[in-house]
Every structure is written in C-alpha cells, then in structure tokens.
Design a protein around this ligand. Sequence first.
Ligand SMILES: Cc1cc2nc3c(=O)[nH]c(=O)nc-3n(C[C@H](O)[C@H](O)[C@H](O)COP(=O)(O)OP(=O)(O)OC[C@H]3O[C@@H](n4cnc5c(N)ncnc54)[C@H](O)[C@@H]3O)c2cc1C
Length: 376
Amino acid sequence: MDAIVHFKPTDLDITVEAGLGWEALNDYLEDYRLMFPVDPGPGATVGGCVTNNSSGTNATRYGAAFANVVSLTVVLADGTVVRTKKRPRKTSAGYNLNGLFTGSEGTLGIITEVTVKLHVKPKVERVAVVPFKTIKDAANSVNEFLISGISLNAIELLDDKMMKCVNDSGETTRKWTQAPTLFLKIGGSNDEVVKSTINQTKEISAQHGSLDFQFASNEDETVELWSARKVALWSTINQGKLKNDDIQLWTTDTAVPISQLPRYLVEVKKTIDDAGLENTLVAHIGDGNAHSFILYHPEEHAKAERIVHNIVKKAIELEGTCTGEHGIGYGKIDLLEEELGLIPIDVMRKLKLALDPHRILNPDKVFRMDPNKKLE
Ligand SMILES: Cc1cc2nc3c(=O)[nH]c(=O)nc-3n(C[C@H](O)[C@H](O)[C@H](O)COP(=O)(O)OP(=O)(O)OC[C@H]3O[C@@H](n4cnc5c(N)ncnc54)[C@H](O)[C@@H]3O)c2cc1C
C-alpha cells in the first residue's frame, strides 16, 4: 500500500497510502520543490510516522507529524472505515479525530490513507556549523536563537564525543573540532535573507562563546557540512563494534522545555559518565529533544537500564517527557505512568475499549489493558 492517491500541488497537500515511505514521498515531491517535513529513521512509512507522531530534524520549523496531518482514513477494529476530515488546511468541525489516531501506535485502528500538508522548499538553504567550549554554552545559545524569534529550519546538537566518533569514522570529507557543535539549517527566499539570518546567529553564538562559525557558501558545501549530522548514529555504533562485537547501543529519547535544556543536558552527560559507560549525544535541540547513545556490554544491561531510568526521571521532574518522538511501545509503559499519572492513562484505556472492545489492535502497547497486570 504505497500509492499516491491524490495530489494537487496548488493545495499544498497530498493523499498517499499509509505504506509509502517518507523518503520515497520526498523523492516524488522533489520535482515540485515541495516537501513532507517529517524525517524519522530510514525506511519508516508515512502511516508509521503518523501513528507514532514522529518527527526528526525538521520539526523545529515544521512541527512533528501531528502538525502536518490534514486527514486520515482508518479501519477500526470492527471493520468500520473512518475518514477523519475532508481536505481543508484548518477546521473546527467536531472532535479532532486526527489527534486521536496520531500517536496511538496502532492501538485504535489501522491507518490506510493519509493526507498531509506539504511545504515549499526554501529557495536557498545553507548550513552553519558552530562548535562551543561547553554543551551549556551551545544550549544557552539555542535558547537565545529561539526567544529572539530567529527562524531556523533545523537546530541540531552533537556533543564532543559524537564529533570524535564522526572524525574516527572517516565517513566525512573533513575533520571537525571535537567540541559540542551546533548544526543549523538556515533557509530563505534569497541569499540576502539567508545572509542576514546567518549574521544574527553568528552574533548570538559569539556572545555565548562559540569557538568558530563555519557556513556553507554553496550547495556542495551545504551537503558537506550537514554530512557529520547524517552519519552520527552509525559512527557511534561502528566505534563500539570496533572495540567489541558484543557491544549494545541504547538510545534515549527525552524532551524537556527549552529553557531547562542547558541544565538538563549537563546532568544527563554527567549521569552516564559517572556510571562509566561510553556515550555520545545527539539532540534535536531546537525542540528540547535529546538522544543519548549509550554503549554497554550485555552484562551491563541492568546498569544501563538504571541510568536510562534516571535520565528519564530527571526529564519528567523538569516537566518533560520520556519520549520526544519514538513513542511508548512496550518498553516505556511504566515511564508513561510516571510522566502522566494514572488518570490520563485511564482515559486512554476507556477510548481504547470503546473502539476496540475485543482488544485485537496492539493490546498492552502504550499502557496495560488490565491496570493491575504486570507485563512480562
Ligand atoms: C536509525 C533510526 C533513526 C530514527 N530517527 C528517528 C527520528 O529522528 N525521529 C523519529 O521520530 N523517529 C525516529 N526513529 C524511529 C522510527 O523511524 C519512527 O518511529 C517511525 O515513524 C516508525 O515508522 P515505521 O513505518 O517504521 O513504523 P513501525 O516501526 O513499523 O511501527 C511503529 C508502530 O506503529 C504501528 N503502525 C505502523 N504502521 C501503522 C499503520 N499504517 N496504522 C496503524 N498502526 C501502524 C505499528 O504497529 C507499531 O506499533 C528512528 C529509527 C531508526 C531505526
């Protein structure tokens, strides 16, 4: 199920079957200079993006999947086919069924068709790479970009250890400063607009102690500068495997309010370092969403689990979440309870039972159907 069902470029939306990959969709849209901005893991489907409320590097500017859904076709547990809306870009007609199915992780219905908003690709888009002395300086700088109202298309952070892994991987054509580094995408309608935004970000970065400020002056350099961000995850995995083939990788996925980020990121790194586990960090920092990649040997599983729990607890204490974009699945059921408390989860359970009384759609995913049952 990966067909394009309906496409009217002038409406800036497209209807596709849910099994179409987000990358294939963007390949198709390339000729129209349009894009579907949700960019999660390779191979993910548009339906998977919606049901997980996925996002990625573009969410700072364009929002997560939820912000980009116009309408869904969903098959319910009893076979009823629901179309949630027609095709307006905005509507206040009735309950927001898009919101109900988005992020439901396949527990409420099978999404078969998705109509999503499309965005016009910026005419000019450049990348800037900005290393800082400390992660706190980098996070403070991001906070100021955001509250200054500067419009950036992506704001990503790689920590010093991640920059070292990228260098060691040899996957990029240049070597990078091994310091906490921001990767910024700056777009606009022409070179002058982009240049002006670059100057503003450069000024703010300097006020927060940036060590350097490189930006791409053409398309090729833009691709080259972004390449370090692209290879980040794989370079951590490769680094671990070089040392020991048994090594495992745990990816965390917490998010906190943006003002809490400087403090939170410092505490996260200290928690993992103090436990003696190798780690790197990538953050969709413009959304307050951080992924620590923790390397551990199989016998250290319990230790890694304890640390991840502490990292999540800290995020929740700061009014954040146990998952910014990967979802709850089976693994974060207890953490969801810690985050929201039992009452909102009971509301979810009532909705689930109303739509799926025989519990046939991903039962015991997101929350336990029986609140008293402990999962294996
Ligand atoms: C290397 C890597 C990097 C990643 N980076 C990101 C990232 O930056 N941002 C991000 O948000 N995520 C990221 N992810 C996670 C993942 O890509 C997303 O969660 C993705 O949206 C999952 O889509 P999928 O099609 O693979 O769904 P699956 O993994 O196949 O399914 C996910 C859940 O959705 C349900 N489901 C799938 N399709 C449907 C449907 N049509 N109707 C109803 N339920 C359905 C499944 O039952 C399951 O519960 C990453 C993953 C990897 C491996």
